[in-house]
Design a protein around this ligand. Sequence first.
Ligand code: DGP
Length: 114
Amino acid sequence: MNSDSCIFCKIVNKEIPSEIVHEDDELLAFRDISPQAPVHLLIIPKQHIKSTEEINDSNCHIAGKIISLASSLGRKLKLNSYRLVFNTNESAGQTVFHLHCHLLAGRQMNWPPG
Ligand code: DGP
């Protein structure tokens, strides 16, 4: 899927509405349309990166920024526990092929996740 048909690129470009909780030059964070926990945010780069498979030495700063933003949102929302998830490819549950970090909180999380 290229960026023209990518649903998260459309959210970045405000062609599709979303409940945005943070925006800066490089990142967008918004509420998941199908929440799996009381707090379920998606943190994405504005740049179209397909998945963690496309993270490399030249763009890995974005992964650090995503985790830093998750930490900042955790403090802002006063979350004392949360889970960060990057699904990579279909068997792992990836359905949208634009890199995203799920931030899940507000309920007991099980491990292993299944
Ligand atoms: P994954 O399965 O890891 O690829 O997660 C994709 C998530 O994206 C899934 O939890 C549902 C969410 N999602 C899909 N389409 C939309 C949308 O149009 N708006 C919002 N806010 N979330 C979406």
